[in-house]
Design a protein around this ligand. Structure first.
Ligand code: GLY
Length: 411
């Protein structure tokens, strides 16, 4: 991959990507003086951050589901990226302070989102500092995520939403869960416990069977028959309609199958990640940032979702980094850079009043939340992709593979 990066990372690209990271560091430092105890998640129409305490868990209020705070870990991760890029120790101190507020979520039994929370925080903190306390937090979260595995006759899947005592959540799973699997793959290697990897791969296999349509688009969510594991219905929570393709979900799927390929070494997962990516790229008709839903009938009068583009870029880099064919590896990395180029050129929030890094994210159009906003997860995956390019290996461990583990010392 290093040779590939040397080829595709022109001086112009390095400058643009570095400028985006400079902007990140400046904004984070300003924000820390404004946000208090809360964690930013989306920007309001006036450009200011809306914040939420890290402790707010997910759950149902009556029939309404709320994701709660699944963003808080990303704030820690963004500080770490800013620290690695600028070497300003203040960002490291902020990351550690904020981590203390995030850490109790490691025991949260209500949501798959602990994968997002700890992949974005404790794992990079451990990677950067080597402090085993952060590895311990991430392992606790991985235990919780593994415990969400629901076993049926047809296979096992991770339930996404709600406590497992609630049948609504127990029966269903969301495509977003694919992007939580890296926590399990990391834990498998850290704890030398292959059951984490088995759990992640089992979920990926069920997702392939139940979520991926014949044209390689994906459902946002699936309700399973609890006995057989057959799909009872495909539906959406944040997309336009049940049979539409929600670009962010598609990007989560590419990301998760690329991670599963790395963790298992099995080519079928990499092939699927590529087919999902081809579908995503083919539907970017008039620009490199998709509308919030590929199938919204209101297009072109519809908002876009820059976060989908950021996630897809990070995932394409993961595909490129492991692809056995050098030509394909280079092509996938180039596709990722094209997406990042467009984000840097047209979507960076240079205006001081507009907080966040990327404009035009879309948290949930269906719920009227965070539309035409910066969204913290978009900023995180954008920065993750930039770090993979500019400081490879420094920010996060690669999604691990058992045969890449250091050899054990001879007994
Ligand atoms: N819950 C993940 C998402 O909104 O994409």
């Amino acid at each position: 991959m290093t040779a590939v990066l040397d080829q595709i990372l022109s001086a112009e690209r390095r400058k643009a990507y570095g400028a985006a990271l400079d902007l990140l560091a400046t904004k984070l430092a300003e924000d820390e003086h404004m946000i208090g105890l809360g964690f930013p998640y989306v920007t309001a129409p006036d450009g200011s951050w809306r914040t939420m305490p890290a402790s707010r868990s997910a759950g149902y209020t009556g029939g309404a589901w709320s994701h709660g705070n699944w963003f808080c870990g990303f704030w820690v991760g963004l500080h770490l990226a800013a620290y690695l890029w600028t070497l300003n120790e203040r960002h490291l101190a902020w990351a550690k302070e904020r981590m203390l507020l995030v850490a109790p979520r490691a025991d949260d039994p209500n949501t798959h989102d602990i994968g997002f929370i700890f992949w974005g925080s404790a794992i990079p903190l451990f990677h950067v500092t080597g402090d085993p306390r952060y590895a311990g937090m991430a392992l606790r979260a991985a235990d919780r995520l593994r415990a969400r595995l629901i076993t049926t006759r047809g296979g096992a899947y991770i339930s996404s939403w709600g406590p497992l005592s609630d049948q609504r959540g127990r029966r269903s799973s969301a495509i977003d869960t694919m992007a939580n699997l890296p926590l399990l793959y990391w834990a498998a290697d850290r704890a030398d416990d292959g059951s984490f990897r088995l759990a992640g791969e089992a979920h990926a296999k069920m997702t392939r069977a139940a979520f991926v349509r014949a044209d390689f688009s994906t459902y946002h969510a699936v309700e399973y028959d609890l006995a057989t594991g057959a799909r009872a219905r495909g539906f959406t929570f944040q997309g336009a309609f049940d049979e539409s393709c929600w670009p962010r979900g598609q990007a989560w799927a590419i990301y998760g199958f690329a991670a599963t390929a790395r963790a298992t070494g099995k080519p079928e997962h990499l092939e699927l990640a590529e087919r999902l990516a081809d579908y995503y790229l083919a539907r970017l008709n008039d620009g490199l940032v998709p509308y919030w839903d590929f199938d919204d009938p209101a297009i072109p009068d519809a908002p876009r979702d820059s976060s989908a583009s950021a996630i897809a870029a990070a995932a394409l880099l993961d595909i490129g980094a492991q692809h056995p064919d050098a030509g394909t590896a280079g092509r996938r990395a180039e596709q990722a850079c094209s997406l990042l180029d467009a984000l840097c050129r047209d979507y960076l929030a240079h205006e001081p009043g507009h907080r966040g890094l990327l404009k035009c994210g879309c948290y949930s159009k269906s719920h009227g939340e965070g539309v035409a906003s910066a969204v913290l997860f978009g900023d995180f995956y954008f920065v993750e992709a930039l770090m993979k390019l500019l400081l490879p290996g420094r920010f996060q461990p690669p999604a691990c593979r058992s045969d890449e583990q250091p050899a054990r010392e001879a007994l």
